[in-house]
Design a protein around this ligand. Structure first.
Ligand SMILES: Cc1ncc(COP(=O)(O)O)c(C=O)c1O
Length: 390
């Protein structure tokens, strides 16, 4: 990919964010193959690029959306369906996973009879008032120890409150379809999944015993990406999850998941270029044409550690000069815009040289801004398939 990426960068300019759709298809298939019982709802938040949604739609994926706009990005693909097929698609293949939704959003999605999550009583009242056609899924708080991004401090009902929240929903005339959780993104501690499934199974069986026929178990996201050799393998996690699902849940339970990072992280690379060079307090600072306000926003929001390789613009090879610890910083007039203060890079890089970053597909362009008038990376898709006309 490196050689091809550099050729494309010379053709299209930099910064260039290259999405490999074959890799997206492969990641989706690996997910499905290893978790055969699980329906995969791609979490659009990880990378909302419309072409990624199209590729996954063509693969038969389902979608996890957080907002009306994300919903409409998926809806575009089913707009031409007949009313019945459209209703079925929305019910079967889309979940609103944001546990707190704006009233206006609820009003707008009411006509689609959506599946939505909740984790508190006020949200239930809101759903009842503005979107009483919805099926609801109760999100529970679970351990997220060691995950790169924790979520449990903001989302999830305490398991001890689950009974009350389920009863409140039914009392309001809503139907609780199931339960969900999220162990935190880039979860490398498998025990988080084991503990979460244990917690959820207790609530699930308790509800069924009390006559509420819950069906859905949504195991969320968190599936780890091999950013480095320390990350435990997804295939091994899948074995643990499959065993726990078989142990805890009857065959008629519908198991779904919301993978985001796993589908897209390894499917994109970024080619950036050095635009300035200075020595500050003895350290080389490479100024590049992308930064934390742009494609490297994941360094801030996703607690992501980026990787850089210097490419020679002439030979397509990695530059091989003597290396030292350098800083790589963004182009804006903000000293916060530092991507990394400790990159082992050749000391002799020059303005115009290229840097290559792998595994940058998740939580990168998703949260890029236009701060300081910098547009952010140009996005280019490769290995797309020609789409059939609807
Ligand atoms: C509700 C919800 N579902 C799914 C995801 C996707 O998680 P991941 O990218 O770890 O697979 C997130 C991301 O944080 C989320 O908040």
């Amino acid at each position: 990919m490196k050689k091809k990426a550099l050729t494309l960068a010379k053709l299209h300019g930099t910064p260039l964010f290259i999405i490999d759709h074959e890799k997206i298809r492969r990641n989706y298939r690996i997910f499905k193959k290893n978790l055969p019982r699980v329906q995969a709802y791609y979490a659009v938040k990880a990378n909302p690029n419309q072409e990624i949604i199209s590729t996954l739609f063509d693969e038969g994926a389902s979608f996890d959306v957080a907002s009306y706009n994300e919903f409409m990005q998926v809806y575009t693909h089913i707009r031409h369906f007949g009313e019945k097929d459209k209703d079925f698609y929305i019910w079967d293949k889309i979940i609103f996973s944001n546990t707190v939704k704006h009233r206006d959003t609820l009003k707008k999605i009411r006509r689609y009879k959506p599946l939505v999550t909740y984790d508190n009583a006020d949200e239930l009242e809101k759903i009842k008032e503005h979107c009483d056609t919805a099926g609801v899924v109760l999100r529970l708080k679970v351990p997220d120890v060691g995950s790169q991004v924790e979520l449990s401090s903001k989302f999830g009902a305490e398991p001890a409150d689950a009974r009350t929240l389920i009863d409140q929903a039914f009392d309001l005339g809503l139907v609780v379809e199931g339960l969900s959780f999220h162990v935190g993104s880039q979860c490398t501690v498998f025990d988080n999944f084991t503990a979460a499934l244990e917690i959820v199974s207790q609530v699930f069986h308790d509800a069924r015993k009390r006559g509420h026929n819950l069906n859905i178990v949504d195991i969320g996201g968190g599936f780890p990406v091999p950013y480095d050799s320390q990350v435990p393998q997804f295939e091994n996690l899948a074995k643990v999850i499959n065993a726990e699902l078989a142990r805890h849940f009857p065959q008629d339970a519908e198991i779904i998941a919301e993978p985001g990072r796993f589908i897209v992280a390894t499917a994109a690379v970024l080619v950036s270029q050095i635009v300035g060079k200075a020595r500050r307090d003895g350290k080389i600072f490479y100024y590049i044409n992308d930064g934390v306000y742009h494609t490297f926003s994941g360094v801030v929001y996703d607690h992501w550690t980026p990787n850089f390789r210097a490419l020679s613009p002439r030979s397509h090879r990695a530059k091989a000069g003597a290396t030292e610890v350098c800083a790589v910083v963004g182009p804006t007039c903000d000293s916060f815009d530092k991507i990394s203060l400790s990159e082992q890079l050749p000391a002799d890089l020059r303005i115009g040289d290229y840097l290559y970053t792998e595994n940058i597909g998740a939580y990168s362009i998703a949260s890029s801004t236009r701060f300081n008038g910098f547009e952010g990376a140009k996005v280019l898709s490769v290995n797309k398939r020609t789409r059939k006309k609807p």
